[in-house]
Design a protein around this ligand. Structure first.
Ligand SMILES: [Zn+2]
Ligand SMILES: [Zn+2]
Length: 284
């Protein structure tokens, strides 16, 4: 019996999940710490409190949304089976595997784009999304500084097309489809938040880079640009693309955000966080 099998047999499911996430965290740290040290755009320090808060978010935003989304996703899948013409899933299931994989990634990305964009444009959603934008010095773990409500909204938008079209279950792309989407989005999410100055030259319109997403985190202007997580071509398509050669001068939000994990979890419920400034100016 391997050590992982022993742990699975002796610990409840939640503890096993925490153990798995801890292993992922070690792997991510081993990968990104040297990358950020040697290829970082800047090397800011961060307080122990901020690091502890981000580590808390890493576990919370990995565990809670999955629990909250199980029932809604099942309902959406049932609705799709009931209301979608039979020709749609049968046509999709006849596609070659490579095109199913591309379709899953594209549909998930389009859903995620709009979930993210609405999180900026609808004030009560921005309250929760502002927590993610509160990181002033971006690094790989900023990816998971995301309020569970924010994570649920974005993931709901990303996953709904797949469940509705029957691509999340058996028959089209197998149950691997949501796993593939989550894995790709999560791994790339850590990369685009990382303090790594790599650029992709002529391919930057196609694949998201840290520079592309750091501009999304810029403190004042351009915060309502670059919503895509992996495919910037969607921002080109929907008129929200912004990627100059230089990097943003400052990241974060103008409003203050509590430093503690509990404070950041409670902040959206306590007071309205102002909408991002260029959205306010657009509305004037
Ligand atoms: Zn955002
Ligand atoms: Zn981000």
């Amino acid at each position: 019996m391997s050590s992982l099998q022993w742990i699975q047999a002796h610990l409840p499911g939640l503890a096993v999940d925490v153990f798995r996430l801890s292993l992922w965290l070690v792997a991510l740290t081993i990968l990104f710490l040297p990358l950020e040290r040697f290829f970082g755009e800047r090397h800011p320090g961060r307080s122990r409190r901020e690091l502890c808060s981000d580590l808390g978010f890493y576990f919370i935003s990995s565990l809670v949304p999955a629990m909250l989304l199980a029932a809604p996703m099942a309902l959406i899948a049932v609705a799709g089976q009931r209301w979608l013409p039979e020709a749609v899933p049968s046509t999709l299931s006849a596609l070659p595997l490579w095109s199913k994989v591309l379709l899953v990634l594209l549909l998930g990305e389009v859903g995620t784009y709009w979930g993210h964009r609405l999180s900026h444009e609808i004030p009560w959603l921005w309250r929760f999304h502002a927590v993610h934008h509160s990181t002033a010095n971006l690094y790989f773990l900023a990816n998971t500084r995301t309020h569970p409500v924010d994570m649920v909204v974005t993931r709901l938008f990303g996953m709904t097309p797949l469940y509705l079209l029957g691509m999340a279950g058996t028959g089209v792309a197998g149950s691997a489809a949501p796993v593939l989407l989550l894995l790709t989005g999560t791994v790339w999410g850590f990369f685009i938040h990382a303090n790594v100055r790599w650029r992709f030259g002529p391919l930057e319109w196609l694949v998201a880079t840290p520079a592309f997403h750091h501009w999304h985190h810029s403190k004042i202007e351009h915060i309502n640009r670059n919503y895509a997580a992996t495919l910037p071509v969607l921002d080109l398509l929907f008129g929200t693309y912004h990627l100059p050669r230089e990097w943003p001068d400052a990241c974060g939000i103008e409003q203050t955000m509590p430093a503690s994990l509990a404070g950041q979890l409670l902040a959206p419920w306590r007071s309205a966080t102002s909408a991002p400034r260029d959205m306010q100016e657009t509305a004037k």
